[in-house]
Design a protein around this ligand. Structure first.
Ligand code: TYD
Ligand code: MG
Length: 461
């Protein structure tokens, strides 16, 4: 019997080495190497995905001239799910391999099953290695949609999956999840780097040769200890992540990589009792209906991807009774909050050093857009001074270390969204005025250069 060939793989990035190493030279992580068995020497790739002559699928084996290759826009399958279409860059591309990553329990299986149920006129094969057919059926009942063309299968061996595919010839394949798959050509356990990589390569081959779009679900744990998605990122065409706070209802679908579209698009869903609901107008739900005039609340006109979102920032500033004042923020970078507080203290003269500051972005979203800075500063000062900011006012501006309000990108889009939602006034940086024609807007545009000007104007009202 021939000796088993093994190699060491970094479980974080997939780097391969002949020896064990303490630190991965590729991703600089410590203690991530594990030994895995390589391909069996005598294994013949018999059960691998092959396009047999009986199927009507075509393979491109010869080099082709670029102008002979036809690509029609119709090659995109437009799903009934507008949010998914948007994130994929306008629909599912034929023969694309899409990885959907996300933490366990966030709703990846629900999303894919729901999309499979919605694609009424396509033959969809949903392969699950995690749940029983009954469990999936129960989930489908919960979602409440019916699709006669949806086939379910519980299987983990890629060779068996391909055998079934050859008979069924599905239009779309969904794999839940890539970490449970196992190829007979690799001996290591499912979920290991070499196994995940081999299974994905087989699926890639199938997708490209048969022009069938393939969706693979992949788990990412918080500490990234599970091998998988990271290794796959450079193999697949599109990586989309499904994120959100598990205890809150909103989920965000984001493209991290897309060979067929931009990565700045964003899809928003709400997890409900009966599946995920598309949120087509997010600003309306992100702005809470206020009955009372509360201080500490301000509204920022942000952009997530290409989508303008008006988001409520809440803060609470109160005297700290203990030595170290607390700073806590949800949905906003804590370091950035500390910086803004320092700017307010130094440039505005507000004594925030002795105060606890709690900041919250409503809806459980994480916002990285620097245009939210101004709304954050206003919200903090509103709470500190206990002054109420009318809810007809919104803000869009980046705050610099000198307390200056800086210009932000795509101001027109932000202003239009604010106007559409019925805001009366928007505060922006005066440096944004260059590319703007205020007479085109009904909303009052107030321009400021420094933070103090905003407070002066708000406090004098
Ligand atoms: P699931 O899709 O199993 O997550 P993942 O595949 O990412 O691990 O769904 C996780 C959660 O979604 C689960 O806690 C239950 C909840 N859920 C709903 O709230 N409503 C629904 O209609 C469904 C199907 C699930
Ligand atoms: Mg799942």
């Amino acid at each position: 019997m021939s000796k088993l060939k093994t190699a060491y793989f970094c479980q974080s990035c997939g780097y391969q080495s002949a020896k064990w190493m303490g630190k991965c030279p590729a991703c600089q992580q410590w203690n991530t190497f594990a030994e895995e068995i390589l391909q069996k020497e005598d294994a013949q790739k018999k059960g691998d995905w092959k396009v047999s002559s009986s199927t009507s699928l075509k393979i491109a084996t010869k080099p082709q001239r670029i102008d002979e290759i036809s690509f029609k826009e119709e090659d995109r399958l437009i799903t009934p799910d507008q949010e998914l279409n948007r994130v994929l860059g306008g629909g599912i591309v034929a023969g694309s391999l899409v990885l959907i990553g996300g933490e366990p329990g966030i709703g990846k299986s629900t999303l894919m099953l729901q999309i499979a149920l919605q694609l009424q006129n396509y033959k969809v094969l949903y392969v699950s290695g995690e749940e029983s057919l009954q469990q999936i059926k129960m989930r489908a009942d919960r979602i409440g949609l019916k699709n006669e063309n949806l086939y379910l299968m519980t299987e983990t061996s890629t060779q068996n999956i391909f055998k079934q595919i050859e008979q069924l010839l599905p239009d779309i394949l969904i794999i839940d999840s890539i970490q449970t798959l196992q190829s007979a050509f690799i001996e290591s356990a499912s979920g290991s780097v070499s196994q995940v990589r081999e299974c994905a390569a087989e699926l890639m081959k199938y997708a490209k040769e048969s022009s069938t779009p393939v969706f693979m679900i992949g788990h990412i744990t918080k500490d990234g200890s599970l091998a998988g998605p990271k290794v796959l990122e450079h193999m697949v065409d599109t990586v989309i992540t499904f994120e959100g706070d598990r205890h809150l209802a909103y989920r965000i679908l984001r493209a991290a990589k897309n060979r067929f579209g931009s990565t700045s698009e964003l899809g928003i869903y709400e997890m409900q009792g009966e599946g995920l609901r598309e949120v087509s107008n997010p600003s309306e739900i992100l702005l809470t209906q206020r009955e009372e005039d509360l201080s500490g609340i301000s509204i920022g006109a942000t952009l997530e991807g290409n989508r303008p979102l008006l988001i409520e920032v809440q803060s609470l500033v109160s005297i700290s009774n203990y030595g170290n004042p607390q700073r806590s923020s949800t949905g906003f970078d804590q370091k950035r909050l500390n910086m803004l507080l320092a700017v307010l203290e130094k440039r505005g003269g507000y004594r925030l050093g002795a105060q606890d500051v709690f900041l919250n972005i409503t809806g459980g979203l994480k916002i990285e857009d620097p245009a939210l800075d101004l709304a954050v500063c206003v919200s903090v000062i509103s709470s500190y001074e206990d002054i109420f900011i009318p809810n007809s006012i919104c803000f869009a501006g980046e705050v610099g270390l000198g307390g200056e309000v800086r210009a932000v990108s795509r101001i027109e889009q932000r202003i239009s969204e604010a106007e559409k939602l019925g805001f009366k006034t928007i505060y922006i940086s005066k440096y944004n005025l260059k590319h703007l024609s205020p007479e085109n807007h009904k909303i009052t545009i107030k321009t400021v250069a420094k933070l103090e000007e905003v407070f002066e104007q708000l406090l004098s009202n």
